[in-house]
Ligand binder design. Structure first.
Ligand code: DGY
Length: 341
């Protein structure tokens, strides 16, 4: 008797071990995998999702009613190759009792490292300096005491919008730089952080306090790190109003999701020197940022193309964890990391 194979859809080619693990299941699974290096085409995904039991998606693939309808009622699991899950309609999954796997822990170090890079780039005018040298402008700007000066990290008050695992790992890296104070805002302003991921909050040598409001955090921080999830209440949390309250020598870094910062407001704040600089791993409407985008005309803004988790080791782990989550989702076993829906 021939058994019908369960179908899984995977929206990217995976790396090494993860691809091997998936390929090893081909006897029992029908694996349908997007072949190109480019992001998976939406119509391909909708066509191929039909009859799938599990789907492994990237953060660029929307998981919404349309996709779930296209898949059908046998769909059991979504495995997202990401920590952020704002591309997934959680309510729609909950309603259908579909499980959601994600990769929240293995990318913490990589994203926290990038956070430090962006803070230093923004404070020390890294992007602007490199651009000048690349354009051959160094001969016109010989060394002088105020050349390319920016604020120093030692003594900074760092404000975290969102104080989860990545923010706390960033704090861990910031402490040896001699920062002076930390304030943070979570979805419950003024309340202590729910989790102390690395045992830093209690008994830290510097004050670490919850902020009562975004306004307070804007006013008091020398460095603002955006690390919160994108939700309807964090969209454009950082607006003109927020920038107007920031210190003139403060910098802002976004390693979370682009729409938390209103880009027009950021461009205006930089134009009017309301803030000193910005370091962005993410931006609204990415990746559609053309060369004439106003943010690229801001010398004090460093923008990198969403590379927070882009270390070889991390991407290998994310791939592996995503495949494990997908397979566990099919069999009803515990996932490596599952979102509580
Ligand atoms: C994710 O996985 O959600 C992050 O954006 C990685 O940087």
């Amino acid at each position: 008797m021939t058994m019908t194979k369960r179908k899984v859809v995977v929206t990217r080619q995976l790396i090494d071990e993860a691809q091997i693990l998936l390929d090893a299941k081909r006897e029992e699974l029908e694996v349908v995998q997007w072949q190109s290096e480019k992001p998976c085409d939406r119509s391909w995904l909708l066509d191929n999702a039909k009859d799938a039991t599990g789907i492994l998606v990237m953060l660029s693939d929307k998981v919404d009613e349309e996709l779930l309808e296209a898949a059908g009622s046998q769909l059991k699991a979504i495995a997202s190759f990401s920590v952020g899950t704002d591309h997934v309609d959680r309510d729609a999954l909950r309603k259908r009792k579909i499980r959601l796997g994600y990769t929240p822990t293995c990318l913490t170090d990589a994203v926290a490292d990038l956070t430090i890079m962006l803070i230093l780039m923004a404070q020390r005018r890294g992007g602007e300096s490199i651009a000048k040298v690349m354009k051959g402008e160094w001969p016109q700007m010989p060394w002088h005491p105020l050349l390319m000066t920016g604020p120093q990290i030692r003594g900074s008050t760092v404000g975290f919008l969102g104080f989860g695992r990545i923010a706390q790992a960033s704090l861990q890296r910031l402490l040896p730089f001699g920062i002076k104070r930390v304030i943070y805002l979570t979805s419950k302003p003024g309340q202590l952080a729910k989790e102390d991921h690395f045992g830093l909050i209690k008994d830290c040598a510097i004050p670490i306090e919850p902020a009562q409001s975004a306004d307070r955090l804007a006013k008091e921080s020398d460095v603002v790190v955006v690390g919160c999830a994108l939700t309807s209440s964090t969209k454009h949390l950082v607006s003109t109003d927020f920038f107007n309250k920031m210190k003139k020598l403060a910098v802002i870094v976004n390693i979370a999701r682009g729409p938390v910062i209103d880009t027009d407001a950021l461009v205006k704040a930089l134009d009017e020197e309301q803030i000193f600089g910005a370091g962005l791993d993410v931006i609204e409407n990415e990746p559609n940022i053309q060369a004439d985008h106003p943010i690229l005309k801001q010398p004090r803004c460093v923008l990198v193309p969403h590379i927070g988790s882009a270390t070889i080791e991390t991407r290998e782990q994310m791939a592996m964890e995503s495949v494990k989550n997908l397979l566990a989702g099919l069999t009803g076993e515990p996932m490596v990391n599952e979102v509580e829906l």
